[in-house]
Design a protein around this ligand. Structure first.
Ligand code: ADP
Length: 210
């Protein structure tokens, strides 16, 4: 069984994944794979360079992520184009990673992805766990962690999937608005449930059947 872990910026996805890892649960990080598909020599990088030119490349031919982010942040059409180039390739590689994970010994595994719902990755996992924090907490944690001020953090949050929409698509929700100790307790509870679920054969939904 693979559980998808998602949430907005600085909701605590990586922190939660590390808490699961300390209980022996492996994870694949979609951000790592997203970086892999635009490494030098990858077809996606060639397509991006062809469309946007040298301004999105560093002197050594690597992708200048900040320059690309600025272009697509300002232009939704270019953002959609970029996603059409990268998302299918990310998804394909994730599938290979997840197959390896499922062939291993762990009772279940995680796919940690900021774009689980937005990128077609939801269908790669059995359940979706949403890490949820109030927006004010999210903005404060983003500003504290990243090199951005509060207004920039607020703009990033506003550009992401709205909190209510993410929650509506969740199978499970982990409230990460409290302390790290509380978060770890909630992770331990979820871990017990997931271990139980992972041992049950997948059954079709038979509610209402005779
Ligand atoms: P994401 O991976 O979703 O972007 P992170 O796991 O990096 O988020 O967490 C964002 C920031 O918030 C990090 O600096 C992390 O240490 C901090 N953080 C996460 N969970 C908590 C918590 N329960 N209490 C306090 N700080 C937290």
């Amino acid at each position: 069984m693979i559980v998808g872990v998602t949430g907005g910026i600085a909701s605590g996805k990586s922190t939660v994944a590390r808490a699961f890892a300390s209980l022996g649960i492996p994870w694949v990080d979609a951000d790592d794979v997203a970086r892999e598909v635009v490494e030098p020599g990858e077809p996606a990088l060639a397509e991006i360079a062809e469309r946007f030119g040298a301004r999105v490349l560093d002197a050594d031919g690597r992708l200048n992520r900040r320059a690309l982010r600025e272009i697509v942040f300002a232009d939704p059409q270019e953002r959609r184009w970029l996603e059409s180039v990268t998302h299918p390739r990310i998804r394909e590689r994730l599938m290979a990673h997840l197959e390896r994970l499922q062939a291993g010994e762990a009772p279940y595994g995680l796919l940690v992805s900021p774009l689980l719902f937005e990128s077609g990755q939801r269908e790669l996992v059995a359940r979706a766990l949403v890490i949820d924090v109030p927006e004010a907490v999210q903005i404060a944690r983003t500003a504290a962690r990243d090199d951005v001020d509060e207004a920039q953090a607020r703009a990033i949050v506003a550009a992401q999937l709205p909190r209510a929409e993410r929650l509506a698509r969740a199978d499970d929700v982990l409230d990460n608005g409290g302390s790290e100790a509380e978060m770890r307790r909630r992770v331990a509870e979820l871990d017990r449930r997931y271990r139980e679920l992972a041992t049950q054969p997948a059954t079709p939904n038979t509610r209402g059947a005779p």
